[in-house]
Write a new protein. Sequence first.
Length: 222
Amino acid sequence: MSPSRRGPRWSSSGGGADGEISPLTVNRLSLYLRALTHLREQGILRVSSKELARRYRFSAALIRKDLAQFGEFGIRGVGYEVVPLAERIAGLLGLERTHSIVICGVGNLGSALARYWGFNHGNFRVVAGVDTDPQKVGRRLGSFTVGHPRELKRLVRESGAEIGVLAVPESAAAENYAGLIAAGIRAVINFAPLRLESTADVRVKNVDLRINLEEVAFFLSH
């Protein structure tokens, strides 16, 4: 059975018990895809897990373990075919189509994200944005005109957005998250300094940049 059709269950925790795939495994799939893309650009058509690990500082055993969760990949003693493996991982990551993004809050961070190359390249596009500031509503930002949060449901419906980005203050995070859910958004990246929980239908990725700063500050102090 093709791995892209196995319908793996994604775990919200770090573990992968009972057939669930952990977020850490998904993160590594993204890293493997970047490595394979680099190899393809170099004209390398086949690679072993050992060589892939050596080149990109992975663990060969972990590569084999991660991929085994999705089916049979490669041939023992021969290795992986780079292009087919990259295509299958891209399929597992849902990169066979374009994903549209709506941003809640187009202040400094939201505006930067709307123009960010990674959010407007390949399989991702920012197609809508909302803000409560009357000086921002109605102005052009990237490929869209900023709307008001009360228009969110219509904007999501018309733009086909399925990923929401929260770039609002902590005090507005819960309200905007509820608005995204009501509008039919299925996945949210939350940059607000308030941890939000996933629901049965909506996956949340909390990104607290201050935590990352505090982590590096810890290492600078020891």
